[in-house]
Design a protein around this ligand. Structure first.
Ligand code: NAP
Length: 333
């Protein structure tokens, strides 16, 4: 698709949903006079068309999450986006003006993506496939990179490996199931009954309704890897998962601070087990690999709903429900 770059050219001010203080969703305010970001070194300036909304955004807005690293208000949240490059950092940079890209931002080190423009390191970007709409593409980078990190990198997925993924129907989980299947793993996923069919369609071999059964009892066989997207903040999910691990198995805890006693409990199990926390980071190459899988139809992002930028507070209420199926985005037309 070609764009009228003159129409997308940056101005001094832009539209953005800004965080004016820590607290309820109403702390997000839509404004049209926010200073636009200024390019620096090897960054590209991108006109954002959609920005994913993730649980970390809501945690940070409420004063938890990564709020301690926000040293000035107002601040722009948002860790992922899809858009069009309007200014590349140099002539032979891998992405040039007019290219459709996706990217993850190191928010809050960078201003976030709930805005008309962002700057991002050029090598953190990936080309958006043509068969992926801008609206959906903005929901992919952070959640899919987290899933990639868990399944492919930290989890070292291999054919026939048995993996238990908690919250299989959510943003990270629905990518994790699909990536695990791409690499030939056997996947058990936890979800409530309303998401059983969804998880099966994603490829899960066993879906356990965590509201009706104890997953540790329902699991067909011990697993080599647990990807825990819940932790002990709900029903001791982390602790109960340890008994699901086969000898030599690995436990990955994704939500920061959700399982503080993980290492002690792994050690107390008295078997050879491994455990690690997991932190997602921007990685243009891994993101490009994910984009290729999406282009081939091996991974299909699910967008539950998108909201206009001015309804960022409503989008936060939605993500805070903890019931999102797949992902949600903000769109900036
Ligand atoms: N460390 C990092 O770098 C990093 C990166 C990304 C995400 N995270 C964290 O990882 C967590 C998951 O993120 P996300 O984006 O996937 O969240 P999400 O999209 O909000 O997850 C929603 C899903 O969770 C499911 N769910 C809720 N309680 C459950 C339970 N007890 N057991 C099984 N499933 C349950 C829901 O399914 P049902 O409606 O069927 O219950 C829903 O589909 C969040 O805490 C997030 O902050 C951390």
């Amino acid at each position: 698709m070609s764009y009228d770059l003159a129409a997308l050219a940056p101005r001094d001010v832009m539209r953005a949903a800004v965080l004016t203080g820590f607290g309820r969703p109403e702390k997000l305010e839509y404004r049209e006079d926010v200073p636009a970001p200024v390019l620096c070194n090897s960054e590209a300036l991108v006109r954002v068309f959609s920005a994913g909304v993730n649980p970390i955004d809501a945690k940070t807005r409420s004063g938890k999450g990564v709020s301690a690293a926000i040293t000035q208000l107002p601040w722009i949240l948002g860790g992922e986006f899809a858009g069009v490059v309007v200014q590349p950092p140099y002539e032979f940079a891998p992405f040039q003006a007019g290219d459709e890209v996706v990217g993850m931002l190191f928010n809050p080190r960078f201003q976030g993506a709930y805005a008309e423009y962002v700057t991002a390191p050029i090598l953190s970007l990936a080309k958006k496939p043509e068969n992926l709409s801008m609206e959906v593409a903005g929901a992919v980078p952070l959640a899919a990179l987290t899933a990639w990190n868990a399944i492919v990198e930290a989890g070292s997925v291999r054919h026939g490996m048995r993996i238990l993924i908690h919250a299989g129907a959510g943003g990270v989980g629905h990518f994790a199931i699909q990536l695990a299947k791409v690499f030939g793993a056997h996947v058990a996923a936890t979800a409530s009954a309303r998401n059983r069919e969804f998880c099966e369609e994603l490829g899960a071999d066993q879906v356990i309704d965590y509201t009706a059964t104890r997953f540790e009892d329902a699991l067909e066989e011990p697993v080599d890897l647990v990807v825990d997207l819940i932790g002990n903040v709900q029903d001791a999910t982390g602790s109960r998962s340890i008994q699901c691990l086969a000898d030599g198995g690995t436990f990955l805890s994704v939500p920061t601070g959700s399982f503080p006693t993980m290492h002690e409990e792994i050690q107390a199990a008295g078997r050879e087990l491994h455990a690690s926390h997991l932190k997602c980071s921007p990685d243009g190459r891994a993101l490009q690999a994910i984009m290729r899988l999406i282009e081939q139809g091996d991974v299909v992002p699910h967008l539950e709903r998108s909201f206009p930028l001015k309804d960022a507070a409503e989008a936060h209420r939605h993500i805070e429900s903890g019931r999102t199926r797949g992902k949600i985005t903000l769109t900036i037309d």
